[in-house]
Design a protein around this ligand. Structure first.
Ligand code: PHE
Length: 528
């Protein structure tokens, strides 16, 4: 029987921390689990999320005659339903809302965004190109389970521009509050750091560390890295752009910009941290998005699992019985009950915490304490001033204000209108603060703050709509940020899944990974 073995918290954190080696770890754990035996396995190499199961390794028809109640029709619930059904299990997927997808939601003209204390109706023009992803928006190119389903279901993809060198970085306290162009910061910073290192080498500071041949070669490489001159100095680079480049129409191409002193980019870590964002493994180019909105993926999943799906089913209690589960729920005002051999719980922990359950005390404690980020997005319709006036096509500008990010649409370039995000904040005071504002106030905040980056926000952005994940019923949070432990194991016949129980928290791929782990557990349970 294949089993996820429990590891200590320290080992767990060590393993999670070493994400670079995670694939190797997964492979090692899979090999050991399949052959060599657990005794030979060094605990520190055990992947706390279980090895990475592949659907093709699951024995076909293993689920014949068995039933599974799956709670929540987000990406975790739907991918589990699909794979379990393929294995012969009879699945019932209960979803509280009237549409599947969970936090994967896309808003268009006329759609209603409900929060606990507010309701907003999307007032964009009725045009399929004008949409707002009020949930997941970008897909890393190596999230291959999700991308595999896109291929299988025929969901067309296009490029999501995460890193745009023409986008802005803005700190109200520096450069007189003037937004800076990303390419200039990159060129200046790299050039000056490279020149400093070349100087250090020249002065013999690295003679201990490097051979003479490597010192010479490194100086050569630094020349390319930082665009240094023949004597390894940095006097500015064409990479930084040209005067007037912040507005379309400058005729000064070919005139160089003086490098800003390195100290001006060092103030509080804001500048380099924002630029480094797209160095993260999950934020690197190439990123992708479905053509027409992220919900195209959820809709394709929904079509696949339609026969198992019950919408409008609000779960009230999760009971254990000998050899099975009883799920109590309400549908159209009537109390109902579902019995199954297994339960697969994909509800976000803050939603689950509000239900009556027979779970163990440890499971309930972890559910009750599980932290979620408070993410907020604020979207506007506007004529594409960022393209017309500033040569910005997709990508992200960053500001050291609560709104944090401005996102430009990554599709339909050149159209007259577009949907632009005037804020995407998550976590900390920014996310909490915007969450606490009523929706109309969020719009005012976004227009005021975004105007410091693009004054056009004040005059051209309209029809705003926002989402504060923590205030959305059946969501109650952006994504999980606590470290899971107990919930990685089944509680009798209940298995748990959801992005918060994966090594990829806050990603649809994580939801699928966690679903695979749960499916693997159920397959093991019926095979033993
Ligand atoms: N995947 C989401 C995003 O790209 C949320 C997330 C942010 C997850 C940062 C992890 C880290 O914005």
């Amino acid at each position: 029987m294949r089993q996820v073995r429990s590891v200590s918290r320290r080992q767990f954190l060590t393993a999670v921390g070493h994400t670079a080696g995670s694939n190797a770890m997964l492979r090692a754990a899979a090999v050991l689990g399949a052959g060599a035996g657990a005794a030979a396995c060094d605990e520190s190499t055990v992947d706390p999320f279980g090895h990475s199961p592949r659907p093709e390794d699951w024995p076909g028809d293993v689920g014949r005659g068995r039933t599974v109640a799956i709670l929540g029709a987000g990406l975790a619930g739907m991918s589990a339903a699909l794979e379990l059904t393929r294995l012969g299990f009879e699945c019932t997927l209960l979803e509280a809302r009237e549409a599947a997808g969970g936090r994967t939601r896309t808003l268009r003209a006329g759609d209603v965004a409900s929060e606990f204390d507010a309701e907003q109706t999307c007032a964009f023009d009725a045009d399929p190109r004008l949409y707002f992803n009020a949930g997941p928006s970008r897909i890393p190119h190596h999230h291959e389970l999700l991308l595999g389903y896109c291929r299988e279901f025929g969901v067309p993809l296009e490029t999501f521009t995460n890193d745009n060198r023409a986008a802005r970085l803005h700190d109200p306290r520096q450069f007189g509050g003037a937004p800076q162009i990303a390419r200039r910061l990159r060129a200046d910073f790299r050039g000056q750091v490279a020149a400093l290192l070349a100087t250090a080498i020249d002065r013999g500071a690295l003679d201990q560390e490097l051979t003479a041949a490597d010192r010479a070669r490194l100086v050569g490489a630094l020349g390319s890295f930082g665009d240094l001159d023949a004597s390894a100095r940095f006097g500015g680079s064409e990479r930084a752009g040209f005067p007037g480049q912040d507005r379309a129409g400058s005729r000064e191409r070919g005139t160089s910009l003086d490098p800003r002193p390195l100290s001006s980019w060092l103030d509080d870590g804001f500048w380099m941290a924002r630029v480094a964002f797209t160095e993260g493994l999950d934020q690197q180019s190439t990123m992708l998005q479905p053509v027409g909105g992220m919900d195209q993926i959820a809709k394709a999943f929904q079509t696949q699992i339609e026969p198992s799906l019950t919408l409008g089913a609000v779960i009230t209690a999760l009971r254990k019985r000998s050899e099975g589960v009883t799920v109590e729920y309400e549908q159209a005002g009537a109390a109902r009950e579902l019995q199954a051999d297994f339960g697969l719980v994909t509800l976000p922990a803050p939603v689950l915490a509000g239900l009556t359950t027979d779970f163990s005390a440890e499971a309930r404690r972890e559910i009750g304490g599980f932290q979620y980020t408070s993410a907020v997005r604020i979207a506007f319709q506007a004529p594409r001033f960022w393209e017309r006036n500033h040569n910005i096509y997709g990508g992200i500008s960053w500001t050291n204000q609560a709104i944090t990010q401005i996102w430009y649409p990554n599709h339909d370039f050149g159209a007259e209108q577009g949907v632009v995000l005037g804020a995407y904040s998550f976590g900390g005071a920014a996310g909490d603060g915007l969450t606490a504002q009523p929706p109309p106030q969020r719009l005012t905040t976004a227009v005021n703050q975004a105007s410091a980056v693009h004054p056009e926000f004040a005059t051209e952005a309209s029809r705003g709509i926002s989402v504060a994940w923590k205030n959305v019923p059946f969501q109650r949070g952006g994504w999980g940020v606590s470290t899971p432990d107990v919930l990685l194991q089944p509680d009798d016949r209940y298995y748990f899944a959801g992005e918060h129980l994966s090594r990829l928290q806050g990603w649809q791929e994580g939801a699928i990974l966690s679903a695979y782990r749960a499916v693997d557990g159920i397959v093991s349970a019926v095979s033993s």
